[in-house]
Structures are given as C-alpha cells and as structure tokens.
Design a binder for this molecule. Sequence first.
Ligand code: NAD
Ligand code: UDP
Length: 344
Amino acid sequence: TINVVYLHQKSSKLGNQLNFKARKDMNGHVDDTRVLVAGGAGFIGSHLCDRLINEGHRVLCIDNLYTGRMDNVQHLLESPRFTYAIHDVTAPMSYDDISLIFNLACPASPIHYQKDAIYTTRTAVVGTLNLLELAKANHCPILQASTSEVYGDPLFHPQTEDYYGNVNPVGIRSCFDEGKRSSESLCMDYHRQYGVNVKVIRIFNTYGPRMAENDGRVVSNFITQALSGKDITIYGDGSQTRSFQYVDDLIEAMMRVVKTDNNFTGPVNLGNPNEITIKTLAEMVITLTHSHSQIISRPLPENDPRRRCPDISLAAQQLCGWKPNVNIAEGLSKTIEYFRKKCL
Ligand code: NAD
Ligand code: UDP
C-alpha cells in the first residue's frame, strides 16, 4: 500500500481522522507515535525523513511543495511507516500522536524567498506559531530550523550564538532574516510561557544531493552551470565568503540535538567552519567537473553578507563532540555525481 494522503489546506483538521494503525516495535510494544517533519519534501527535509525511516520511526511528512518536490520522497512512499500530507503550515493543524516535530518548512534560497516576500514572512512566523501550538497540544519537543542569516552581514567573526547580528530590517533579505528571527523569538516565548521543549538550530550554508536544479543557491548554480558548459556566474568579485556544510553532517547534528535534555533550547550553530571565498568555490567546481566553463561576473545582490563562518564550540560541547566529517571536495564530488545523473 502506498501511504499518500492529500489534505486540503483548509481542511487540515482531517489530520485527526487519518487511520494511523498502531505498530509494534521490536520488543512488541505498540508505538502509535510519529515524528512530524514540516518541509519534509525539501532538500534537507527529505534527507531527514530518510534518516528517521532508516532508524525505524514513523514519519508524517507535511509539505505544500512550494519549493520541495515529491521526487525527493517518492522512494519513501512504499514504506508503511511513512505518510505524506499536503499541508500549508500557515494553516492551523491538529494532528494527534506526535512525539517530535521538526520545522523545516520555509523557502530557503534567496530567489525563492524573495519571490513572494510576504508569504515567506507568513510561513516563517505563522507557520512556526502553528507548529509550536501543535507541540504544545501534543506535549512534544520541537526543533526549529533557523539560519545563520539571523546574523545578517556579521560584524563579528566567526559568529557565536551570543552575537545578536547585523540585519537590515527593511531590505530584500529581511522577509527571511527577520522572519527567522521572529520564529526564534516565538520558540523561546513558548518555552518560557508554556514550558514547550524547543530546540533552535542555526543552519549555515548546507549543500548536497536533492538541491533543486532551479534553486538559485551558489552550489547548485555552479555545478549545473559547469556540467552544462555554461558560464559560471559569480556575483560581485567573488571575495565574499561562506562556510559550506554537507547535508549528512547536518542531519547527524539534528539527530543529536533532539536527544539533548529538556533544558537545552539552543540556539546552536550547525555548520562547517571551513570558510572559503565564492571564487575558490567556483574554481573547485570547475576542477572537479573537468568543465570548460568560463567564470563571469554578475552584480552583487543587495545586502549580500560579506563573510560567514560558524563557531561550533557550543555544538561540539552539547552534541557529544559533534563536528562535520565531510570535507568540501568530497561533498562537492557527491553532489556533482547527483546532478550529473539528474541532468543526463
Ligand atoms: P527547501 O526549499 O528545499 O525546503 C523547504 C521545504 O519547505 C520545501 O519542501 C517547501 O515546499 C516547504 N515549504 C515552504 N513553505 C511551506 C509552507 N508554507 N507550508 C508547507 N511547506 C512549505 O530548503 P532547504 O534548504 O531544505 O531548507 C530547509 C530549512 O532549513 C528551511 O527552513 C531553511 O530556512 C533552513 N535552512 C537551510 C539552509 C541551507 O543552506 N540549506 C541554511 C539555513 C537554514
Ligand atoms: N552567488 C554567486 N553566484 C550564484 C549564486 C550565488 O556568486 O550563482 C553568491 C551569492 O551572492 C552569495 C553566495 O554566493 O554571496 C551564497 O549565495 P547563496 O544564495 O547560495 O546563499 P546565501 O547568500 O543565503 O548565503
């Protein structure tokens, strides 16, 4: 049986009427609870669903496919422990028997989050509010996927969690940056006011297989351009830096975060502190793909942060010595392999 459920956005209460059969774990105990992954059909969300299913959990993936794709979770639909529901998180929801929530629902790439900036803010703020209400109703923990963008164009380097950031509140990136800052604030208030067990993670630039070809972010752009022999578009002079984390390292950290005790709320930085310039990234992609593409320059987008690098000491301390294991050459090679198969 293929476990797909289509819920209409306005009928989200249907969630209560779904027939989730009780299952027995290996010790014969009936476990009727499930992990809810909002944004589970996206790039990071689908890797998280894989990991949860592989570990034997039941997963309810909700997504409205705003930037995600069914392709990303198609292979999971055969599993009786995986259920997919179309749901826009800006609409309230009332699912029962939820043991843990991951909130990843939000467009993440600048071109997508700027396309309908008001909807981005609505998703980041109202969507998080709805999921916090769900966590409160189910008495379960919630992990909120925040972002290094809360630091804006940082004046301190590398960024530690106690840095309040340097964000333009009225710029073209503010729908995302301020939306995510508000979502962090909501999480902490649900924790203080209602005792909800919240875990806020600040994700730094993450890449890997299943990034969408039209995603617009730098890694997918450079790889698809290199593989198709098109010019590689560096915005500005390419001296701005980012620190790129391979998706498997992030998923491992997320699984560790949800196992921390109730007092640990974060925020905690999750990223790879290996900082490189965008120009270096372009050169690496050309080398690894053996491409003949030329590097060309395009205007730097407004408010594009100059530097970004996480301080991950808190993560190492709280997550049993977690640190990223996949270096950039290895991670890029796996991602190139994915796009090569997809583009051919
Ligand atoms: P993505 O665009 O691939 O995934 C986001 C998912 O959320 C998509 O499947 C999309 O359809 C879904 N979604 C968007 N709006 C929704 C709504 N209103 N209701 C239901 N579903 C909705 O992006 P990603 O890179 O996988 O990012 C996942 C999360 O991690 C996002 O919250 C993002 O802000 C955060 N994050 C990602 C990065 C990164 O580098 N990839 C960095 C920082 C933070
Ligand atoms: N960038 C680039 N060429 C591209 C896409 C992005 O030079 O085709 C730059 C972009 O201006 C930014 C960096 O790469 O300085 C990372 O951009 P991305 O959109 O991936 O993430 P973010 O800006 O959110 O860190």
